[in-house]
Structures are given as C-alpha cells and as structure tokens.
Design a protein around this ligand. Structure first.
Ligand code: NAD
Length: 483
C-alpha cells in the first residue's frame, strides 16, 4: 500500500503542496521505516486555509441544517464502506494493531459523522413569552474553528471535532499531530466527496508553530485541542488573548478502583482495556489501579495469566493484538518512567523491557505495591504501564483517587450498587465508568475536569461548544422612554 498522500495539505476542496515547508517524516512505528514525507504548512498555506474557511463558512451556515446533516451522514457511509483501507492507513500512521483500528477508528469517526449529521436539524433556539412581548433565541455557529490533534487517534479526533463543528454551521481548519499526519487528509477527502463545499473542512500539516499561528489568527473564533496539559496551557492562554472559545481535551492519570466484591474476570478485563489497549496510549486510561486488599492476590494472579494472551507482531496482521509505541521518542519516555518505578521501589510484576525486534515495541508492564507519592503514580506515562496500589476502605480510596491534578476519567468495579453510585458521585472526573472501562460511544459526553480540560466532546453537550445563542427581544407595543 502506498501511503504517500497526493500532497501535504487539503485546502479549499483540493490537495495543495508548498515544498518550502519544513519536512515531516512519517515513520511506521512497527518497523522504523520512513513511509511518507510531507511538508509543514508555510504562512501562505495557513493563510489560504483560513481564507477558504472564512469564505466557505458563510455559505455553509446558509444551508438548511438538514442539508448539512445529509453531507455528514453521507460521509459516514463512505467512511464505513472504506473501513478496511482507512484502518490499514491508521495502523501505518500510529502502529496500533489492525485488530483495533478496524473496530475503533474510522468506525468511531463514522459514528460521530452519523450522530451529528442526524442531530443537525434539531439544533434550534427557543421562544420565551414576556406578556405580549417575547424573546426568541437563535442558535448560531461560532464561525471558523481550529482543531488541533494528538497522535493516538488521528481519524477519531479529526471526526470528533469536525462532526459537531460542521453540524452547527462552522468551518474548520484542522492540524493533525506531526507524528500522525496521514489519516485526517482522508477525512477531508471524504467530506468533500460527500458534498461539503470547498473550504468547509481543511487539513494543514505542521509542528507546534503552525498550531500556534492558527490559534492567534484574528479570523479564528474557536480552538479545540486534543493534547497534553503543557500544550493545553499554551493554547488556552493564546486563545484567551482573542477571547476565543476553547475545548481542551488534555491528559490524565485516572483511577480505576476494584473492590473485593467485584467480578474478578470483568475487573481484570477492565484493567487490561484501561491500560494496554493501543499499547497504553489512551488519554483516559485508568493507570492507577486501586485494588482492595482481599482481592489483590487473585487480581494479580489472573492479570498475569491473561497477559499471556498478548500477541505482539506486525500490527497489520489481524491476529496481533499489541502494537508498538508510536515513536522512538515515546518509547524512550515510557522506558524512563519504568526505570523510575523500579528505582522508587515499586514491585515489577511483569514486563518492563524493550522487545527484541524492529520498531518501538515495549512489553506490557505491571507494577504492584505502588504508593501515591511515586512518580509512576503521579505523572501521565502514556504507555503500557499499569500501577497497582493497595487500599482498605471506600473513604480512603476515594480521597486517594481524587488526589491528582488531573480529572479526565475514573472507574469502579463493585457488586454493591449503592457504593458504585456513591463512588461515581465523589470522583472528580469528567468521564466515569461502573463495572467497565474506556468505552467512548458518541452518544455519551467525553471530557475532563481539573487540568484534564474544559468542554465536552460527543453527545448533545458538544453542540454547546460549537454554537452560540443570540437573544432577540421582540416588542409588540409602543416603546416607553423617560423623556
Ligand atoms: P502534544 O500536546 O504534544 O501535541 C498535541 C498537538 O498540539 C499536536 O498537534 C502539536 O503539534 C500541537 N501543538 C504543540 N504545541 C503547540 C502550540 N504551542 N500551539 C498550538 N499547537 C501546538 O500531545 P501529543 O503528544 O500529540 O498527545 C499526547 C497527549 O494528548 C497526552 O497528554 C494525552 O493524554 C492527550 N490526549 C488527550 C485526549 C483527550 O481527549 N482528553 C485524547 C488523546 C490524547
């Protein structure tokens, strides 16, 4: 499969190139080979994209919402029909196994396009009677939205931002991560093929500087970032200069609490999903696994047994269920955390090493006897490293679960119905799970509290973040004035 795109950028309905831009090398994480070479957007490309978006947005917002929704739903159908090729590309871009990408990436993107396509025509204002007078509200688009993506879910992130933005009548300029620049171009192609007018959805490549140029441009009305907390701080501050709307989907260090009465097999499955899916490169991962003392031996035994089911290899092989880290840089970062875990006295239960093969593979790693103050329990690792912490009581574990700067997700496994809801009410996190972990259907809101972000993606809640209300007072009688 040739993964070199037609050109680096998709602007105003067509592929464009400017070879003056800095080179972006795309590497297949499973082998370390260069599979494509792109160019970062020059100021001229940034300008073209924003000019096109500004122009197209007015036209797009004038369409009926039903017609806009139809484009999104058509795009969802095209995406599903091409799921195989898109999944293969996602695997080249990220190194995630095809076994995952074929069910979690283009499919999730298509779900978002379909959901917001269906919702588009229901986005309306309201009528407020005031005696004879009345007020009505118009729910209007924000204008030009900038999306900036992380590298772990390039197709999904592009679609989760494009779908509500376009449904509400906005245009978008999307900058994928420089690590995974390929997939968002396909989203642009598909939206265009489905009938989105030229300029409504543009993709331009680049490193942080291109993102920064987009965030501060006066033509931009909103910025939605998926990335790390340090980048979030910079982007939020830059957006504040222009009083722009923001959505921040940032990092996490989420707790997963397993009580003695939990179903052991399900709890182990939840911990596996919450730590090793996508080789641990998932923002909402439950990387602090608090296990009550009564179930701890059985939990660790069963977890170790289940990890024998890991099949590493070429991620394009549908039997492989565990891929490499996205880059050598990410692998090195994660290795550094593993070394710190060992140095600070955590017990290495399994894994911890590089795998002796080409590519950026690391073994799934489990630490036990982790304490709250250890680096591996405090900092986001973003790799296949699970920390198991012991606890005794509900009150104690809730306080410890919340003792973090992050608030993206939290989960609890227990057979006690009232305790599950008590725990969830107490969690300081935007996305919670009871007796499961890490599911993110488009119908449910997704996002974080505390340093994990502001705003929500998916569900009806996302509409609030891509539209604004205009209040219109209508007088039915004479105007009273003091003089
Ligand atoms: P990152 O913060 O390094 O980069 C994110 C994006 O921001 C990239 O496209 C990058 O080029 C861009 N960028 C960097 N500096 C910028 C600047 N000054 N102005 C504008 N844009 C800039 O993150 P990453 O390494 O790509 O992704 C991993 C991080 O993303 C993790 O912290 C993870 O938790 C987080 N993440 C969060 C979610 C979520 O929904 N909450 C989802 C996926 C990943």
């Amino acid at each position: 499969m040739n993964v070199q795109p037609t050109a680096s950028h998709f602007v105003d309905g067509r592929y464009v190139e400017d070879t003056a831009g800095e080179i972006i090398t795309v590497i297949y994480p499973a082998t370390g080979e260069v599979i494509a070479t792109l160019h970062s957007a020059t100021p001229a490309i940034v300008d073209q994209a924003l000019t096109a978006a500004k122009r197209a947005q007015r036209e797009w917002a004038a369409w009926t919402a039903t017609a806009r929704g139809r484009v999104l739903r058509r795009a969802a159908d095209i995406m599903r029909a091409r799921n195989h090729d898109l999944s293969v590309l996602e695997t080249y871009d990220t190194g995630k196994p095809y076994q995952e990408t074929s069910v979690a990436d283009a499919t999730s993107g298509a779900d978002a396009l379909e959901y917001f396509g269906g919702l588009a025509a229901t986005i309306t204002g309201e009528h407020i009677q005031l005696g004879d007078d009345f007020v009505y509200t118009r729910r209007e688009p924000l204008g030009v939205c900038v999306g900036i993506g992380a590298w772990n879910y390039p197709t999904q992130i592009a679609c989760w931002k494009a779908s509500p933005a376009l449904a509400c009548g906005n245009a978008m300029v999307f900058k994928p991560s420089e690590t995974t620049p390929l997939c968002a171009l396909k989203v642009a192609e598909i939206l265009h093929e489905a009938g989105a007018p030229a300029g409504v959805y543009n993709v331009i490549q680049g490193y942080g500087a291109v993102g920064a140029a987009l965030v501060t441009d006066p033509r931009v009305d909103k910025v939605s970032l998926t990335g790390s907390v340090p980048t979030g701080r910079k982007v939020y501050a830059a957006a504040a200069e222009g009083i722009r709307h923001v959505t921040m989907e940032l990092g996490g260090k989420s707790p997963l609490v397993i009580f003695d009465d939990a179903d052991l097999e399900n709890a182990v499955s939840g911990a596996i999903l919450g730590n090793f899916y996508s080789s641990g490169q998932v923002c909402s991962n439950g990387t602090r696994v608090f296990v009550q003392s009564g179930i701890k031996p059985a939990f660790l035994k069963r977890l170790t047994e289940r990890l024998a089911g890991v099949k590493m290899g070429d991620p394009q092989d549908p039997d492989v269920n565990f891929g490499p880290m996205v880059s050598a840089h990410q692998r090195d970062l994660v290795e550094g955390f593993i070394a710190q875990g060992i140095a600070e006295g955590a017990t290495l239960v399994t894994g911890g090493k590089r795998v002796d093969r080409a590519g950026f593979f690391l073994e799934p790693t489990v630490f036990a006897d982790v304490t709250d103050d250890m680096t591996i329990a405090r900092e986001e690792i973003f790799g296949p490293v699970m920390s198991v912490l012991d606890f005794q009581t509900e009150q104690e574990v809730l306080a410890r679960a919340n003792d973090t700067i992050y608030g993206l997700a939290a989960g609890v496994f227990t057979a006690d119905l009232t305790r599950a809801h008590r725990m969830v009410a107490g969690f300081e996190a935007g996305t919670c799970y009871i007796n499961t972990y890490n599911l993110a259907p488009v119908e449910a809101p997704f996002g974080g509290s505390k340093l994990s972000g502001v705003g929500r993606e998916n569900s009806k809640a996302a509409i609030e973040h891509y539209s604004q209300i205009k209040g219109v007072y209508v007088a039915m009688g004479d105007v009273e004035a003091p003089f």
